[in-house]
Design a protein around this ligand. Structure first.
Ligand SMILES: Cc1cc2nc3c(=O)[nH]c(=O)nc-3n(C[C@H](O)[C@H](O)[C@H](O)COP(=O)(O)O)c2cc1C
Length: 183
């Protein structure tokens, strides 16, 4: 099973990175192939709401804003499962995660049951390293996104600075179980 772990923090040594590393370990422990993507090192800009609202996302299920999105879109479609790990900013996903998921949703939700993510399991992790507030609102929008692209919620995991030790263990276990189920 090929699992794409997408982390969307600008920090490569923070809580989000630790959660992503735990997910990668879990996938590999179960015999899966894990690829980690640090979204903030890519050029994936925000949706431009082309042509007064809908561009080729609606008509061709591709995004006409040329940047690193197109290659990443193909990798995501090729994967068997996704693990999305975002820092919590203002109770929401980080800006880079929002930019990716917004554009992906336009391209894939418009395919309906033909979405390249249809039925694929997704684990969403919300890492709140400040007050610890906002994990639930963040996960709520991630859950809605998973539903819009017709994927399947495998697990939704909130993490804060205090829960970090046992949540890293839980993320690893969730990733292992995801691979075991798909094997
Ligand atoms: C713009 C911004 C907004 C944030 N909002 C929240 C928040 O709502 N709740 C929270 O607990 N932490 C918040 N934080 C703190 C981040 O969640 C914290 O830095 C987190 O650990 C980021 O993960 P990282 O260490 O992997 O970068 C915010 C940080 C930034 C930069």
């Amino acid at each position: 099973m090929n699992v794409l772990v997408i982390q969307s923090s600008p920090n490569d040594d923070g809580l989000t990175a630790a959660c992503a590393a735990a997910a990668v370990e879990g996938v590999r422990e179960a015999g899966g192939i894990a690829e980690e993507i640090r979204l903030n090192t890519l050029d994936v800009g925000m949706c431009q709401a082309c042509n007064r609202g809908w561009g080729t996302c609606q008509s061709e299920h591709t995004c006409q804003v040329a940047d690193d999105f197109q290659a990443l879109h193909a990798r995501i479609c090729h994967a068997d499962a996704l693990i999305l790990v975002t820092p919590v900013y203002w109770g929401e996903m980080s800006e880079s995660a929002k930019a990716l998921t917004d554009r992906l949703r336009r391209c894939e939700a418009t395919r309906g049951e033909g979405s390249c993510l249809a039925g694929k399991p997704v684990i969403a992790v919300a890492a709140a390293g400040g007050s610890g507030n906002g994990t639930i609102t963040c996960l709520l929008s991630m859950e809605r996104w998973i539903q819009h692209v017709r994927a399947r919620v495998w697990d939704l995991l909130p993490v804060n600075r205090w829960s970090r030790p046992y949540k890293l263990t839980a993320i690893r276990a969730a990733a292992r179980a995801l691979v075991a189920e798909g094997a």
